[in-house]
Design a protein around this ligand. Sequence first.
Ligand code: OOB
Length: 542
Amino acid sequence: MLEPKQVWPEDYIARYREKGYWRGETMFGFLERRARDIPEHIAVIGGEQRWTYADLLHRANENAARFLSFGLRPGERVVVQLPNIPEFLSVVFGLFRANLIPVFALPAHRVTEISHFVEKSEASAYVIAAKDGDFDYRMLARDVAARAPGLRHVVVIGEAEEFHALEDLPHDQTLLPAEPSPSSVAFLQISGGSTGLSKLIPRTHDDYIYSFRASADICGLSEKSVFMAALPVAHNFPMSSPGVFGALYAGSRIVMCPSPSAETAFTLIENERVTITGVVPPLALLWMQAAPTSGHDISSLEVLLVGGAKFTPEAASRVRVALGCTLQQVFGMAEGLVNYTRLDDPEDVIVNTQGRPISPDDEVLIVDDHGQPVAEGEPGLLLARGPYTIRGYHNDAAANARSFTEDGFYRTGDIVSRTPEGYLVVRGRAGDHINRAGEKISAEEIEDHLLAHPGVFDAAVVSIPDPYLGERSCAFVIPQGEKPKMAALKAFVRGRGLAEFKVPDQIVFVEAFETTAVGKVSRKVLRQQLRGQFLKTIPMEA
Ligand code: OOB
């Protein structure tokens, strides 16, 4: 079984248990209990399908046996790349039941990212949907299989072609193993990552269940709630804040929304009487713009969670009137710490802050560059430690040395200040990633791809403000030899097998990068210089 490499010290474990945060439940165990309590309640709706809790449990049990039937053994890793369909849940809970470890990829990921996840997690299997919209995931799986020899099985929801169709596999229930330890790793999440490739985030049953059980409570979920997953459900936000897992924990109903466009989302909100959902700021803006003329009755919506990137106070102040619901800001990270504004907070707090931590035992420090606490109210670097914040990444000593302090605090890379009431306000970021509409892009990762082009001598990727996306990416490129065309360079990056959101929005060719008198500057300083230069000299809407 995969054990967390970096674990909480014994005294912390004892405290988290004693305080009732960690209750010894497992991911499958909680669903089983729910299905026993409310078997006939609808658990999930998607397309034409409506599954009760009993249906979901039954399908998960069958899928568990299917995965084991063709040779997967407890503890092995399985990369899961599925869109917002009910099968996401029957597959993932099937993996939990089989003591297999899902690795959550986003539907947008392509061959470079998926191969990296397969290699880094040493995954034996990869689960896909045959198609989503126009995109054929079987083609992608062929490319991944060619690159990752360790991958033994590709399992497909739908028409499998040369791969395994999940439905066709035998499901002999006698293969099912005993329940795993609640302190073991339940799955690996993907980090947004500011340096290089995504890191893998090990989350245990104990810690993750605490985070979404408490989230469900803070977000007011009950058996009467209807939670819509509007963002890709493999992401930590729609998964656990309070997400589909929080919804199942609370016995709520889940609506899987295939696309977050206002038309699709509003139709589902109206038809299924959705009470709560979560979006990133650009979507909130779109929905607010679309609502007055959409012709849909979205009056069932009580709470809109907004997070993943900074929501401006100006936009936040318009939510209640534009959408007729309460705004709940959420500032979280796949590594752990999640902050919410509370539903009964004064409007001023809801509009102007990104909330306060879930847990009384979330330890939050705001420090300067030397690790010293800043004065109350001043901005500084946010460090976090607590009952659902990881102590280390999966198998990545270098990243762990960088991203965690000696005493186990996670360096979030976010710059925040704290109000006297303990609410955090996100002021910026120290790390070098671009937060493009909530999707995190590592500057370094994209620079490496650009440098692989023969016409590129050097490249630096920076974030620049964007009125709609919040930030977009701009690559500064020093050409060599024949200067490549901008479109060709974008196509080159795309052709390296990356998620579309990582292709630079803009490319600016320059002759040289400024260097200091000493000669070489760090990439970090260089990016800062370029960002400054760009904002002064080039119009925002290029
Ligand atoms: C969520 O998780 P990740 O892992 O994709 O990204 C985490 C980073 C944070 O460190 C911060 O830089 C940024 O995303 N962020 C926000 C924010 N929420 C996240 N920045 C400003 N304001 C916010 N409200 O993005 C995530 C995970 C769970 C719940 C919500 C978001």
